[in-house]
Write a protein that binds this ligand. Structure first.
Ligand SMILES: NC(=O)c1ccc[n+]([C@@H]2O[C@H](COP(=O)([O-])OP(=O)(O)OC[C@H]3O[C@@H](n4cnc5c(N)ncnc54)[C@H](OP(=O)(O)O)[C@@H]3O)[C@@H](O)[C@H]2O)c1
Length: 320
């Protein structure tokens, strides 16, 4: 089969399209013919190994798993012994950041893993983008114990994480203020977000709102900058470690105080989470925003674009 392969860490150029052996499903696994995947910040993070920490999972000197692609959508074409949840012919989507393999024509995954059927009426391209940004968003929203009466600031609401976060927060009934670029103001307003701040013409720190939760979904603010905007027991979280890893330090120390806290949550995902996201998509409460679409042959270009940090929502790889 054809796959986008990387055998060493580095720039997008370490990725190339190669022929590799087709995977076979073991007991408890299904084989998926992949129709679509995404290139996202999880893929580019592992590929670049910019944070040395990622090598503890992906291989100290070189990648142990040569095909990236943690998100995928496709059709089940074979099933190993003891498979219970999915059958041959099912249209499925899911997330796999331990096995990856979505940037290929076929991949295997545990049947009881983060896998669910695609909602009726949704195509493979859209379904491929249902899990990455949204599960990071969901993890943080749950960890912050967000309530319906809360007022929430999402800084950087146009990435995969931010655009999912604002939709999930609206689903949970909170009042959402989103900070975005001029070109995306209308797009984010169209999601029913309560207030949109254009960071190119407005200073978000001048808002008169006071927030229960500040979710920096692009990692470009700081706790110090946002603290005056937070309610006395407010929570701040960021998708980045901050300067010299300060967000980790603050997450370890601020919980001992009685006031504003920093949260640094390690995300997880399982079948129940994917089913939850599937149901939100089915009822129309969450749709992934799609920016660009690339063919598998152009995966390197997709890596370059995603790594720019300026994509709007998700970047799709079409495999069939
Ligand atoms: N290490 C990992 O495994 C990993 C995995 C996932 C995510 N992350 C981190 O999580 C963050 C978000 O990832 P993502 O995929 O959701 O985002 P993303 O798609 O990379 O994009 C970030 C979004 O933020 C916007 N933006 C850029 N500068 C901004 C600013 N100063 N103020 C407000 N918005 C700004 C960008 O659009 P404009 O430039 O057009 O405004 C873009 O839409 C990134 O920092 C990423 O590194 C890390």
């Amino acid at each position: 089969m054809r796959a986008a392969v990387y055998k060493k860490y580095g720039s997008p150029d370490v990725v190339s399209i190669q022929k590799v052996v087709n995977p076979k499903p073991s007991a408890g696994e299904v084989l998926i013919k992949v129709h679509a995947s995404t290139v996202n910040r999880t893929d580019t993070g592992f590929r670049s190994a910019k944070y040395f920490l990622s090598r503890l999972f992906s291989g100290l000197l070189r990648p142990k798993i040569p095909v990236l692609g943690c998100e995928f959508a496709g059709e089940v074409v074979a099933a190993g012994q003891g498979v219970r949840y999915h059958k041959v012919g099912d249209r499925v989507f899911g997330y796999d950041d331990s096995g990856f393999g979505g940037h290929a024509e076929y991949k295997v995954i545990r049947d009881d893993g983060a896998l669910a059927s695609i909602p009726d009426g949704m195509d493979y391209l859209e379904a491929a983008a249902l899990t990455e940004g949204s599960h990071y968003a969901l993890n943080n929203i749950r960890a912050a114990k967000v309530k319906k009466s809360d007022v929430v600031l999402v800084y950087g609401a146009t990435g995969a994480i931010g655009s999912a976060a604002v939709q999930l927060l609206k689903h949970f009934g909170t009042y959402v203020v989103a900070v975005v670029n001029t070109k995306n103001v209308d797009l984010i307003r169209s999601l029913g977000i309560d207030e949109v701040i254009d960071y190119q013409t407005q200073d978000f720190t001048k808002t008169t709102h006071r927030f229960d939760f500040v979710f920096d979904a692009v990692g470009k603010s700081s706790f110090a900058e946002c603290k005056p905007l937070m309610k006395p027991k407010g929570i701040y979280t960021s998708t980045e470690l901050g300067k010299r890893g300060i967000n980790i330090w603050l997450a370890l120390t601020t919980p001992f105080g009685n006031g504003k806290k920093v949260l640094f949550h390690i995300p997880t995902i399982d079948k129940d989470d994917v089913l939850f996201l599937r149901n939100l998509a089915h009822q129309g409460s969450f749709r992934p925003i799609i920016d660009r679409q690339y063919a598998l042959d152009d995966t390197v270009d997709a890596h370059r674009y995603v790594e720019s940090g300026h994509k709007t929502g998700n970047v799709i790889i079409s495999i069939v």
